[in-house]
Structure formats: C-alpha cells, structure tokens
Design a protein around this ligand. Structure first.
Ligand code: GLP
Length: 252
C-alpha cells in the first residue's frame, strides 16, 4: 500500500484531486468510482475548481457510486443521489447518462445489484475507486463481518454507522435508514486503483488497523493490503496512530 501523509484536510483533498486529474487527462473516458460522506467533499470542491478554472473535462467519464440507502427516493435531501449531484455532478460537465448511483427504491434489489455489477463490467471495470472509511473500518457500506469476496448487495448498517450518520438526519438515529445497497468488497477490489481518503483523529484507529493490522473481515478496509495499487491519502491526525514511517507529502 502506498501511504501518503499530508498536512491537513485541504492538502489531502488537493493531493487526491491530482490523482483524479492525472487519470482523466490520460484517459478522458475513464471509469471512476465515487464515494459519499464528508471526507471527499474537499476533493470534489477541488475537481470543480479544476473544471472551472483549468477546463478539466469530465464529459466522457463514466461514474459508479459505491452505495445508497435503501428506501430513500433519489430526491430525498440525504440520499446519495442528492449528495453527488449537489457536491459534484451539477458543477461539472459530466454526462448524466454516464452517471450510475445505486437506486435504493427498486422492488427487486437482487436483480438490480446483478445489473449494477454487469454495468461496471460493460464499461471495462473501474479505473479508479475513491473511498472513505468508516470508524469501524467499513468501505462503501461493507460493515465488519462482510465477506471479503462480496459483490453488490443489500447490507444492514452497523450501530457505529447509524450513530455517525444520525447527524445528517436531524441527529435522530431512528431516522437513519437501516439498510443500504453497496458495492461488495470483492467488487471494490476489482477496481484498477483504490484511492482511500481519511481525515481526523476519529479515523486514526481504523486507519491503523487497515494499514498495519491483520487482514480481516472485521476491518473490511484491511483487504486493501492485497490490492496491487492501493493508495491511502491521510492527514496527520488520521495517520497519528501509525507506527511505521510512510511517504510524507513534501508538496504541502
Ligand atoms: C458512510 C459511507 C462511506 C463513507 C463513510 C465515512 O457511511 N457509506 O462510503 O466512507 O461513511 O463517512 P465520513 O467521510 O463522513 O466520515
């Protein structure tokens, strides 16, 4: 794993945007996996800036999002559809027909998940998958105990995740949907490059287990140790419990 430690959230976001930019410049029709959560918002802001000020062209990219809550209509303010359009897609020149975000309202979830997997394959697989990490080490919504070979499917959310996400639902844990559609750990691992971002002290424990702990389904992100091109971009706080020395971002 390549571990890049940056000074702070902004430096982490800029460094991550550099990887996305490099990919799009090299491959304008790149397939990019996007993530939600507060962590990638700075990265998305930087991509919007690159589009507006430097003409970074998103018109040919194809996107696949990791996950979506079950039961939330697309236009719900806390759906991941709304999140992606508000925080990124509506500000760049992405082609809406190239955007894929799981639909949490479909009647036949199983058939839909199979379709989602096939769709990823149809576009030749994901070139770069952006990831955040949950406090419990989840990626996408693959909670501890998820099969490390899992595919896109429905998952029940862990208590920590419900607690963490309650802030988006008026602080009421009972309003957080209990289930989600998520790409599986196996699906994520097939992306050619993984780019995981983590910021802040509350992620430090999960980051330590991911990078220096054993590979275990109890910390789904730890499977990244087996990926040939996994990059972690951390800020100093998220990296604070790491014991070994890692590449330090000298550009900040
Ligand atoms: C959510 C998402 C994940 C995200 C994680 C961390 O539950 N499903 O994709 O990485 O939680 O979110 P945050 O970046 O807000 O800490």
């Amino acid at each position: 794993m390549r571990v890049i430690i940056t000074k702070d959230y902004d430096a982490m976001s800029r460094r991550a945007a550099g990887f996305v930019r490099e990919l799009i410049e090299r491959k304008p029709d790149a397939v990019i996996g996007f993530a939600t959560g507060s962590t990638p918002i700075g990265l998305y802001r930087e991509l919007i800036r690159m589009h507006r000020e430097e003409g970074l062209d998103f018109s040919k990219i194809v996107t696949f999002n990791l996950d979506e809550y079950i039961g939330l209509p697309k236009d719900h303010p806390e759906s991941y559809h709304t999140f992606m359009w508000e925080n990124l897609f509506k500000h760049i020149n992405v082609n809406p027909s190239n955007v894929h975000i799981p639909d949490g309202t479909v009647p036949d979830v199983e058939a839909y998940c199979e379709w989602y997997e096939e769709r990823i394959k149809k576009f030749g697989g994901i070139d770069l998958q952006i990831l955040g990490i949950g406090r419990d080490g989840h990626i996408g919504f693959n909670e501890p105990g998820s099969s490390l070979g899992s595919r896109t499917r429905i998952k029940t959310l862990a208590k920590e995740t419900l607690e963490d996400n309650a802030r988006f639902f008026g602080g009421d844990i009972n309003k957080v949907p209990k289930q989600a559609i998520t790409m599986g750990v196996g699906t994520i691992m097939e992306a050619k490059v993984l780019l995981l971002l983590a910021s802040g002290k509350k992620k430090a424990e999960a980051v330590k287990k991911t990078v220096e702990g054993p590979i275990t389904a109890m910390v789904p992100a730890s499977i990244m140790q087996l990926h040939p091109k996994a990059i972690l971009i951390l800020d100093q706080e998220a990296a604070s419990l790491l014991e070994r020395e890692y590449e330090y971002d000298s550009t900040v």
